[in-house]
Design a protein around this ligand. Structure first.
Ligand SMILES: C[S@@+](CC[C@H](N)C(=O)[O-])C[C@H]1O[C@@H](n2cnc3c(N)ncnc32)[C@H](O)[C@@H]1O
Length: 221
C-alpha cells in the first residue's frame, strides 16, 4: 500500500501554494493523519466502505479541517470539485473497495467507477480544475504497467481488465503538468503544474525530455 508520508508536503505546500488536500480512499486515515500535520485549510477524504468511513470519522471528529466523506470517489469529486477553491494536493488512492481491510477480494467488482476509479477521477479533475495549479499524486502505478517496483509486480487478482496503461494520465494532463514516475513501494505517478514549476526542484533527469523520470526531490524515506 502506498504512503502519503513518502512525500514532502511541507515543501509542496510552500512551492505550489496548495491550500487543500483531497484524498480518495481513506482506509484507516493514516494519509489524513500525516496531512493534518501541515498547513492545509481543508482536508477532504472519501471512503466508499461505510464501516471504514465511520471509523475514520470518529478518528478525526476533533479535527475541524478534516472532512471524511462516505461515498464513492467519482460521485464525491463530481459534487465537491465545482465548489473547491484554492490549489489542491490530490492524493488519489481509491481502489479495490474493502480489500485492504479484508472485507472483500481484490478481484471483486468491475473496473470503472468503483474498483479502479482513477481514470474517471482524473477526467473530473481535468474538467473542473483548469483554473488551479494542483499537484497530483497517484498511487499504485504497478496496477497500470510493469516496472522495477520496490514491492514487485502487481498480483494477478489486482490487475485491471483489458489493456494496462496510464496513457489516460498523459491525455488529461500532459499540456498542464510535468508527469513523473516513482518505482518506490507499489509505484507512484506525480504531476506538478507547469505554471509554478521551478527547474531546481528536481534532482534527477531532464524535465524537458518526453520520457518521464523519477522526481525524488519530494520523496522522503
Ligand atoms: C489503499 S487504501 C487507502 C489508504 C489511504 N489513502 C492512506 O493513505 O492511508 C484504499 C481505500 O480506498 C477505498 N476505496 C476503494 N475504492 C473506492 C472508491 N471507488 N471510492 C472511494 N473509496 C474507495 C478502499 O475501501 C480502501 O479503504
Amino acid at each position: 500500500m502506498g504512503r502519503l508520508s513518502r512525500f514532502d508536503l511541507k515543501r509542496i505546500i510552500k512551492e505550489y501554494k496548495t491550500t487543500n488536500l483531497f484524498e480518495t480512499g481513506t482506509f484507516w486515515g493514516d494519509g489524513v493523519a500525516y496531512a493534518s500535520q501541515f498547513q492545509f485549510n481543508k482536508i477532504i477524504s472519501v471512503e466508499i466502505i461505510p464501516e471504514i468511513a465511520r471509523k475514520a470519522k470518529a478518528r478525526f471528529a476533533e479535527v475541524a479541517i478534516v472532512d471524511i466523506v462516505e461515498a464513492d470517489s467519482v460521485s464525491a469529486l463530481g459534487k465537491q470539485l465545482p465548489l473547491l477553491k484554492g490549489n489542491t494536493v490530490f492524493w488519489l488512492d481509491a481502489h479495490f473497495p474493502g480489500a485492504d481491510a479484508k472485507l472483500a477480494d481484490y478481484a471483486s467488482g468491475e473496473d470503472g467507477q468503483f474498483r479502479l476509479p482513477l481514470n474517471k477521477e482524473l477526467e473530473l479533475i481535468n474538467k473542473y480544475r483548469k483554473c488551479f495549479q494542483d499537484v497530483l499524486i497517484l498511487d499504485d502505478l504497478r496496477v497500470y504497467e510493469d516496472g522495477p517496483f520496490q514491492n514487485g509486480l502487481v498480483p494477478p487478482d489486482a490487475m485491471p481488465g483489458g489493456e494496462r496503461s496510464i496513457d489516460f494520465v498523459y491525455q488529461y494532463f500532459e499540456s498542464t503538468h510535468y508527469i513523473f514516475k516513482s518505482f518506490l513501494d507499489e509505484g507512484y505517478v506525480l504531476l506538478f503544474p507547469k505554471k509554478n514549476y521551478n527547474r531546481n526542484h528536481f534532482k534527477l533527469g531532464d524535465l524537458f525530455r518526453k520520457k518521464p523520470v523519477v522526481a525524488d526531490y519530494y520523496l522522503l524515506e
